[in-house]
Design a protein around this ligand. Sequence first.
Ligand code: GTP
Ligand code: MG
Length: 179
Amino acid sequence: MADVRILLVGDKAVGKTSLVLALVSEEFPNIVPPKAEEITIPADITPERVPTQIVDFSMSEQTEDQLVSEIRQANVVCVVYSLIDPGSVDSVSSHWLPLLRKHRQADKPVPVVLVGNKSDASERSQLPTVLKVMNSYPEVETCIECSAKLLHNLSETFWFAQKAVLYPTFQLYRPDDKE
Ligand code: GTP
Ligand code: MG
């Protein structure tokens, strides 16, 4: 298997860049640039032993065309929302998942992992809502809640993304089967 290329998208300020920087430095960054540099994690330190690229995206620095180009290159997309921003949860199904479908060939949807960040700041899980979204979008392989601030569930998040590429469960799904 070639490299796994993981793209992070989601509304502004949900913590995409913080997640990437916290994963690589094992420290929550107090100052975050809009976009993290693309990083490659060598095969021997990833749980599934495949070289893995992590690609951050920031609407404030990049264009819609660049987003489309990144979506086409990705093997898996993490759609990130914030547990303390209900609007960012709504955007997962109203904006991001339809956008990902639009820019992929119909017969090759990109596997998706839904990532709820900032669990440190919220008492409430969004998993009940997210599970409903998963029913409508079979390309969503899994979901997880994490905290870049507490370094909680970070390696698990990227491991889930790797697994979604290596062991996808939705091969039989065709968009035409859905209403
Ligand atoms: P854009 O690049 O603008 O799309 O934002 P982003 O999604 O990359 O978010 P960014 O990493 O810049 O973080 C936005 C704000 O959320 C910053 O003030 C972070 O410190 C904060 N933040 C990120 N992760 C967490 C977290 O796990 N918990 C808490 N409490 N705050 C966080
Ligand atoms: Mg960012």
